[in-house]
Design a protein around this ligand. Structure first.
Ligand code: AHR
Length: 509
């Protein structure tokens, strides 16, 4: 396989939005309890935050974390999670058939976010609740003091406002599974009015309207159009959610699934801009891809599947839910999703991988036991660290492969950034060929970078196969190793050989 890539200093997409490297903590399964929070764990600090998970979160390079859901938020009372812990109510969470103890709430999350060095993206409940609660939580979180809600926050131990900038106006309300599911008209009006009331409390906030829960939703397109017809002037972003998996050995479609992510993004941009044009508006609404990942849900009947937990009819605290184990193939696909997001970074300015720990997550942890990195940790961590400055347009010609679900796709997938301040170019590459290595040349125009400062690759380890994964006992089976033989010739052309099924990063200074 061969691929030829051209990048040019003068052809840029825009600045790298730091919020592209976001993650998601939901009160679901073991993401919060025994994930980020486990009082009594050997690594827990005085607040019950697991230091091992905190360290991995910092290493992952996460910039912003969405909280507290997800489907969970559509039945959640945020007030249950504030005040003295022993007085907090135990509630049934219908979304995940779980008993919520409320031992962890807004203050605990804000404290954790500070330690992790991440911005908070707070979702409000527009499933069972409305305008009144929406403005109350903004007053509680962001108003300095001297009012009912802000003084209650101070009384509960936070004299300084949390200063939360980004707010999700609900979650997946287009989905019939959602508690408080709505039509686009119902939701659009509610989002507009809740957003207005929230902004009257704090005009500096940024609001995300619920978009489609997936490109395959029957209401996709129509939903965004109707919602924005009501709420365009009030909101700053519309959300997208997408999860992909390998179905019955169709690895070609799975490896090509970033084609679908590209299309999804471009279709939402078209819909948003159609509303803008119709209104003759000068305001731009951007995209918040606030749930994306690989997951293995369809067709599974294992103990950690939500429908099995529900069928059993047992209500438990933090049961294991969708704790997917990720392999080499998944890491390459996740790398191609990150490329897709970065290539669209002029419009997708927030993105959150779902989720952070245990639940479809790059980090896993066991109760009382260790925490470790899954294979998908690596492309995220390196891109979060090295994608700095400007996103470069990539002109790429690659051999292509066929897939039944998403059409044909380039074998080599790429994105690139240029950090003028540090004089560094980063190139992120995925070789989606299962059997063949790929000879790649990158022509670096107008960029006087001559030294390869880093070349790393994630691929099938010796003795493994494409299904090799990191588990509690083989924690570092899949990781990054040095990519040998990367060279730049005198004409400024970079040459690299990518092993079959691999994700690689090359940094040049
Ligand atoms: O991330 C898991 C779940 O997937 C979220 O709660 C929901 O929003 C989506 O359907």
């Amino acid at each position: 396989t061969s691929a030829r890539i051209i990048v040019d200093r003068d052809f840029t997409v825009g600045p790298v939005p730091r919020r592209l490297f976001g993650s998601f903590v939901e009160h679901m399964g073991r993401c919060v309890y025994t994930g980020i929070f486990e009082p009594g764990h050997p690594s827990a600090d005085e607040n019950g935050y697991r230091q091992d998970v905190l360290e991995l979160t910092r290493e992952l390079g996460v910039s912003i974390v969405r909280y507290p859901g997800g489907n969970f938020v559509s039945g959640y009372h945020w007030e249950d999670g504030i005040g003295p812990v022993e007085q907090r109510p135990r509630r049934l969470d219908g979304a995940w058939h779980t008993v919520e103890t409320n031992a962890f709430g807004l203050h605990e999350f804000a404290g954790w976010a500070k330690k992790a060095g991440v911005e908070i993206m707070e979702a409000i409940n527009l499933g069972t609740r409305g305008v009144e609660e929406a403005r109350a939580i903004v007053e509680y979180a962001n108003h300095p003091g001297g009012t009912y809600w802000s003084d209650l926050r101070i009384k509960n131990g936070a004299p300084e406002p949390f200063g939360i900038k980004v707010w999700n106006l609900g979650n997946e309300l287009d989905g019939p599974w959602q508690i408080g599911h709505k039509t686009a008209d119902e939701y659009g009006r509610l989002a507009q009015e809740a957003g207005k009331a929230m902004r009257l409390v704090d005009p500096s906030i940024e609001l995300v309207a619920v978009g489609s829960s997936g490109r395959k939703m029957p209401t996709f397109g129509e939903w965004e159009h109707t919602v924005l017809s009501h709420a365009y002037d009030e909101v700053d972003y519309v959300s997208l959610h997408a999860y992909y998996q390998e179905h019955e050995g169709d690895y070609a479609s799975f490896l090509a699934s970033s084609n679908d992510m590209d299309r999804f993004i471009e279709e939402v941009i078209s819909t948003v801009d159609a509303v803008k044009a119709k209104r003759k508006s000068t305001k731009q609404v951007n995209l918040s891809f606030d749930e994306w990942n690989v997951w293995y849900q369809t067709g599974l009947d294992t103990e950690d599947q939500p429908h099995i937990v529900e069928q059993r009819g047992i209500w438990r605290e933090h049961p294991r839910l969708i704790e997917d184990t990720y392999n080499v193939t998944d890491a390459v696909v996740v790398g191609s999703f990150l490329n897709s997001l970065l290539r669209h970074g002029d419009r997708v300015t927030i993105a959150n991988q779902a989720q952070l720990v245990n639940v479809i997550a790059p980090i896993r942890s066991e109760e009382g036991g260790p925490a470790w990195r899954q294979s998908i940790f690596w492309p995220f961590a390196r891109m979060a660290e090295l994608a700095r400055g400007e996103i470069l347009r990539t002109a790429a010609t690659s051999d292509r492969f066929e897939s039944s679900e998403y059409g044909d796709a380039p074998v080599v997938d790429v994105s690139s950034t240029y950090d003028e301040e540090r004089g560094r170019v980063a190139v992120f590459l995925a070789n989606r060929g299962l059997d063949e290595s790929a000879e790649v040349t990158v022509s670096l125009r107008g960029l006087d970078a001559t030294q390869v400062t880093r070349a790393e690759v994630l691929t099938i380890p010796d003795g493994g196969d494409r299904f090799t994964a990191n588990t509690e006992s083989t924690q570092d089976a899949v990781g990054l190793t040095r990519l040998e033989g990367v060279a730049i010739d005198e004409g400024g052309e970079l040459r690299a050989t990518l092993p079959a099924l691999s994700w690689a990063v090359v940094e040049i200074a």
